[in-house]
Design a protein around this ligand. Sequence first.
Ligand code: HEM
Length: 393
Amino acid sequence: MNADRLYERYSELQSYVGWSNEDACRVAATAPVLEPYLHALIEDFYAEIERHPNARQVITGGTEQIARLKGTLTQWIRDLLSGTYDASYVARRWKVGLRHVEIGLEQVYTNVALSRLRTGLVRALHESWRGAAGELKETVRSLDKLLDLDLAIIEDAYQAEYAARLQRNERLATLGQVAGGVAHELRNPLNVVKTSVYYLLNARNPTEDKKAGHLRRIERNVELADGVITALSNFARLPLPEMRPIDLESMVREVLELNPPGDRIEVTLESPPGLPRALGDASQLRIALGNLVRNARDSMAQGGRLDIGLSPEGDRVAISVTDSGTGMDELELARIMEPLYTTKARGLGLGLAITRSIVEKNQGTIQVESRSGRGSRFTVRLFAAPVEGDPEL
Ligand code: HEM
């Protein structure tokens, strides 16, 4: 579902429960009152998860992940009490469902966790309330409506995602589909090669220029076909990375040379002096970065800017690839790394899935931010290589 349709659906549900501006104002007025309780509510939320193995098992990142989740949930509650329930709010709510399906959290746990959170919020309101009892009742009613709407959207996302997964699994199982995609991707360059070979074999008195032109066309298209096959085999069987220190600046320059963005795109590369080397497998990371550069280029058919930035971040080094292209809305963004998902008219939809899998195998992370019509930024973070002379080496 796209962001606009989702918002329409939410508005319809709002009218179903009789949601009004007064409700929004009442809920927003509770924000400062509830703020001092958030810490305890969040602690209770995660303590309860600890007691339920079926819920706890989806937390695979240990205390670091829990710490991050606590921050996410705090933000989620602040958003809830913000009084603004626009399309972006709804898309963020929807994403919670999507993310939970992705990590394999059964829907029932979201429901009971929300019930627990609701109880905690209402109890906190009762404890802290200084106004009239009638107004408290109204406020709790408004909060209830809002939480029910939130839950409805999260459940909706769960259902949609389950349905989409089922469909995707069927698609994945259908060899014919992938084969069809490959055939399509290979046929074009092969046809070009065929016509150029035909020309070279049969043309009467071709000029040297013409011959060279056709040979270049052949070379380009063989590379294209090779790229399709490489993408597939990269995806099917990614070998264990050989982790070595990498000079990122030269790697980016190589990648730009191999994947020229074209004349209409202005390219900048910023790399601070003394940037630590990154740790990873250069041959794999070149593929990952190449995919990002090509995607950026493809999103700027009319030209634009491609800014590549390298920067140290604690024990990591970040590579950001920012384009001024077509961008994506929040829901496209949530899916963009899935295999066989593509927003392009051509292509297999494997590029970003490969990129993610390479980056993760190289112990890195990849993050994407995007705005429809404004462009996208992909940030890859890799561990910095230990400095020579360091006792850890
Ligand atoms: C009221 C119920 C819940 C709410 C409102 C909620 C909210 C959220 C939000 C906002 C995110 C981030 C989504 C994003 O990537 O944008 C998230 C992710 C996640 N949630 Fe929940 N959650 C709920 C229940 C639970 C429960 C019961 C568990 C059980 C373990 C859980 C585990 C996780 C995990 C593991 C992630 C992935 C976090 C990551 O990226 O590391 N959530 N949740």
